[in-house]
Design a protein around this ligand. Structure first.
Ligand code: BV8
Ligand code: ZN
Length: 235
């Protein structure tokens, strides 16, 4: 741990990439866990524009169910530790999570590369609004223009929000310390940020309860739950 703290103190700029694993200890199933929980549908089959076009109500029932689950969750010590690190170091947090728990924990330099489950976007006029209700009455919701609204998240096959993605690449390229926390690193282009940081000279530290696709290329692998390891690092 002190070796890691030395890296933190010596770093001129630090970036972190988080995935569903950091919210696991807040009671939110990880993406792979989620698949088994919901009417036997696979997330990859529901989180797509095709699924929404084919059956907007089914896709909305899935998101409404997840919003309901997330509304009952609170940030855990892992989320709070990252907000603490941001207060003390030059730090940018890149998250693949759409649950909003990093915001609730106080993170500000936050890049949500896969969007936000609490945002609704009109599928026609593009109007966006924040809707914090855990249960949306009369699914699927409609915009004042009459068209269907969709969850403000990035689906498989959709490109990531351009400006957010550009800033995420920039943060990864300029980091001399890159933390990869609670992600299977299976989804691109987000997972590619690890290679980008490494090739730009960053020291890469992975925090995960299991081995992942990027474990072979990281400098240090801390095997354990983020809610336990991150507070130790931030202490
Ligand atoms: C795009 C929002 C093109 C929605 C999400 C073949 C090869 C390579 C790529 C592709 C391919 N075929 C298709 C692609 C592209 C595709 C992709 O990568 N597919 C994967 C499945 C192979 N990517 C895309 O489609 C992206 N867009 O490429 O567009 C394009 C380009 C230009 C112009 C037009 C189009 C868009 C991807 C974004 C999809 N949206 N989320 C929603 O949430 O509903 S992705 C979603 O899944 C999550 O956001 C997250 O990113 C991902 C799941 O990953 P994780 O977060 O890592 O979660 P997971 O469950 O997998 O892992 C949890 C980890 O935590 C585990 O490692 C576990 O061990 C660990 N853990 C558990 N508990 C703890 C813990 N760690 C620490 N502590 C604990 N307590
Ligand atoms: Zn509209």
């Amino acid at each position: 741990m002190d070796e890691i703290r030395r890296y933190l103190d010596a770093a001129r700029s630090i970036a972190a990439l988080t995935g569903a694993g950091i919210s696991a200890e807040s009671g939110i199933p990880t993406f792979r866990g989620l698949g088994g929980l919901w009417h036997q549908h696979r997330p990859e089959d529901l989180a797509t524009p095709q699924a929404f076009a084919r059956d907007p109500l089914l896709v909305w029932q899935w998101y409404d169910w997840r919003r309901n689950l997330i509304a009952r969750a609170r940030p855990n010590p892992g989320h709070f530790a990252l907000a603490e690190i941001e207060r003390r170091y030059p730090f940018t947090l890149i998250t693949q999570n759409v649950d909003g728990l990093h915001d609730l924990a106080g993170s500000r330099h936050l890049l949500k590369v896969h969007g936000d489950i609490w945002t609704l976007r009109c599928s026609s006029c593009g109007r966006e609004r924040h809707d914090p209700r855990p249960n949306i009455p009369d699914l699927p919701p409609r915009c004042t223009c009459g068209a269907l609204e969709r969850p403000g998240v990035v689906w498989f096959g959709e490109s990531l929000p351009a400006d957010t993605w550009r800033r995420a690449e920039q943060a990864a390229r300029h980091a001399d310390l890159f933390l990869v926390i609670g992600t299977s690193a299976a989804v691109y282009p987000a997972a590619g940020l690890v290679d980008l940081a490494k090739s730009a000279g960053a020291r890469v530290i992975e925090i995960n309860i299991e081995k992942t696709a990027i474990s072979p290329i990281v400098d240090i692998s801390l095997r354990g739950p983020a809610a336990q390891i991150l507070p130790e690092i931030a202490a």
